[in-house]
Design a binder for this molecule. Structure first.
Ligand SMILES: Nc1ncnc2c1ncn2[C@@H]1O[C@H](COP(=O)(O)OP(=O)(O)OP(=O)(O)O)[C@@H](O)[C@H]1O
Ligand SMILES: [Mg+2]
Length: 311
């Protein structure tokens, strides 16, 4: 059933097949070779391979593992029950087990995270933990200090190589699914959503029902979508705008500001354009510093709504 989704069907099963910056690749390869898995904390943006690496390590080391999702099962009692039950029974293969705690930054830092600190120690004989998160500053210090911390952010110098790896990877998925495609379109799609592999693969699967990937996949995302956003701004439909942003926020929100900027002449009355440019520039600048991109983008749209006159 889950294999209906390409992201699951083509999730790499070994570290070798995960596209990673060199230093991370080397570290994880060494862990596989050494056979010993420490408690770890993986941080990084969405869809870059954190959960995939955690699963691949367990797979290659032949370790029993359990995945708990922090945003869905963050309740302390559920968590305690699950971890206890899993960690206190003996592994079939004899060694220790691994509990992969996905989206650990959603665990309450006042209650659940401190409790986890206790679990890590209590079960240290037969259970290791791999925590994954998007924002490592939301994980309390005592958990950092109990884990080896790995940041999945791709260094600028390695971006071209990784992007080209992602490109080859998605082309091979399309080949295996017998979907024809225009290489230039794939390049642009990868650039748009990079480094979010999940998003890239999901967009391709969504569009592939027609059997071929053409420039439509790009238009689909931008033009029609921007049009509907603008009509919400014009109609001052705050609620709809908020959910639009939530659904469309890219891994690189700066691209959204740029797309709105590019379409100003089509949608905004001429005397309002300078004001709109100032607002977009201001929020694009803030974009580099904010912790929550969705919130920042909604704030920008709210300001456009209030201060700009639309055609
Ligand atoms: N580095 C990668 N190399 C190859 N495929 C990848 C990579 N990263 C992600 N993918 C693809 O995207 C899917 C989702 O990746 P994964 O679950 O590892 O993301 P994540 O980093 O845990 O994201 P999140 O923070 O949203 O949980 C994988 O199943 C795989 O198909
Ligand atoms: Mg994950």
């Amino acid at each position: 059933m889950t294999d209906f989704l390409w992201v699951e069907k083509y999730r790499p099963q070994t570290i070798d097949n995960v596209i990673l910056p060199q230093s991370l690749k080397q570290t994880f390869t060494e862990i596989v070779a050494g056979g010993e898995l420490p408690n770890m904390l993986f941080s990084g943006s969405a869809g870059v391979g954190k959960t995939t690496v955690a699963k691949a390590l367990c797979n290659q080391l032949d370790i029993d593992c359990m995945v708990i999702n922090g945003s869905e099962e963050g309740n302390i009692d559920t968590l305690r029950g699950k971890i206890k039950q899993f960690a206190s029974t003996v592994s079939l293969s004899g060694g220790y087990k691994v509990c992969i705690l996905d989206e650990a930054d959603y665990l309450n830092p006042q209650s659940t995270q401190p409790a986890l600190r206790g679990f890590i120690e209590a079960f240290s004989d037969n259970c290791r933990f791999i925590l994954t998160c998007n924002f490592k500053n939301r994980i309390i210090e005592p958990l950092h200090s109990r884990c080896s911390v790995y940041d999945f952010t791709i260094p600028n110098t390695e971006k071209p190589a990784i992007a080209s790896g992602v490109f080859k990877n998605v082309c091979s998925i399309l080949d295996r699914e017998s979907i024809s495609y225009d290489k230039k379109v794939i390049v642009e799609l990868v650039q748009r959503y990079f480094p979010d592999c999940r998003r890239i693969i999901n967009e391709l699967q969504r569009y592939s029902v027609s059997g071929t990937i053409d420039a439509g996949i790009l238009v689909n995302m931008s033009d029609e979508n921007i049009k509907s956003l603008v009509s919400m701004l014009k109609g001052k439909e705050f609620k709809q705008m908020r959910s639009w942003v939530a659904n469309n926020i890219d891994s690189e929100p700066a691209a959204l500001f740029r797309r709105v900027y590019d379409s100003l002449t089509d949608f905004v009355v001429p005397q309002s354009i300078p004001q709109a440019v100032l607002i977009l520039a201001d929020y694009q600048y803030k974009n580099a510093f904010v912790a929550d991109h969705e919130l920042n983008t909604v704030a920008c749209m709210t300001e456009l709504m209030a201060n700009v006159e639309f055609k």
